[in-house]
Design a protein around this ligand. Structure first.
Ligand SMILES: [Fe+2]
Ligand SMILES: [Fe+2]
Length: 197
């Protein structure tokens, strides 16, 4: 069930300021692109635009930290060693970002926290905000990988269709690269494509 709480434009501005002060130029451009697409998708599919914007501004706040430091910080913030190890290295910045957003910005909205934590791999029971940020992170206009323009141009009928398309593209890439696939991505995939249509 989506959380009933809501966020204000003032909280959006606070998240934007945090992003401006903590992200590199390139990551900030990507983040602003993500916010723009997330707002568009949120409006189109009836999801809170403020929550989508806050989560988008904060989704990569842990990304520039080295993986060793990410693991140490996550441990310090209460994540178990087993959970830390369960994330492929490129994914850990999501759940760590959610912990930082909670601690440093006082964000306790479960939709926003899930959206930050799950933005790379997806997860089971993704809320609308998390789906919006998951898609926007991958298709925003600074993304230039093969197939990105096609993913951007598609007219998705609903959020699940967009989420499945992005997940399919991500997992195809990981398979081609013989890279580790986060089990959360598979859980997300099985849940979404296994639903009766
Ligand atoms: Fe990320
Ligand atoms: Fe990102």
């Amino acid at each position: 069930m989506p959380a009933k709480t809501h966020m204000t434009e003032e909280q959006v501005r606070k998240a934007e300021l945090y992003a401006e002060q903590n992200l590199s130029r390139g990551l900030l451009a990507h983040t602003r692109g993500c916010v723009q697409v997330a707002r568009e998708f949120a409006l189109r599919f009836g999801v809170s635009m403020e929550k989508a914007a806050v989560a988008s501004y904060l989704h990569d706040i842990a990304k520039t930290i080295s993986h060793d430091k990410q693991a140490a910080l996550a441990k310090e913030m209460g994540m178990s060693a087993k959970e830390i190890r369960s994330y492929p290295p490129a994914v850990l910045h999501g759940p760590l970002g959610a912990l930082i957003a909670r601690k440093e910005l006082g964000i306790d909205d479960p939709d926003v926290l899930q959206a930050i934590a799950a933005h790379s791999s997806g997860c089971r029971n993704m809320c609308g905000v998390a789906k919006v940020v998951f898609v926007a992170d991958y298709i925003e206009h600074t993304r230039t990988f093969a197939g990105s323009a096609n993913l951007r141009a598609r007219k998705y009928a609903n959020l699940d269709e967009a989420t499945v398309s992005v997940l399919q593209h991500k997992m195809q890439y990981l398979l081609t690269e013989k890279a580790v696939i986060d089990p959360r991505a598979l859980e997300c995939w099985n849940e979404l494509v296994g639903r009766p249509r």
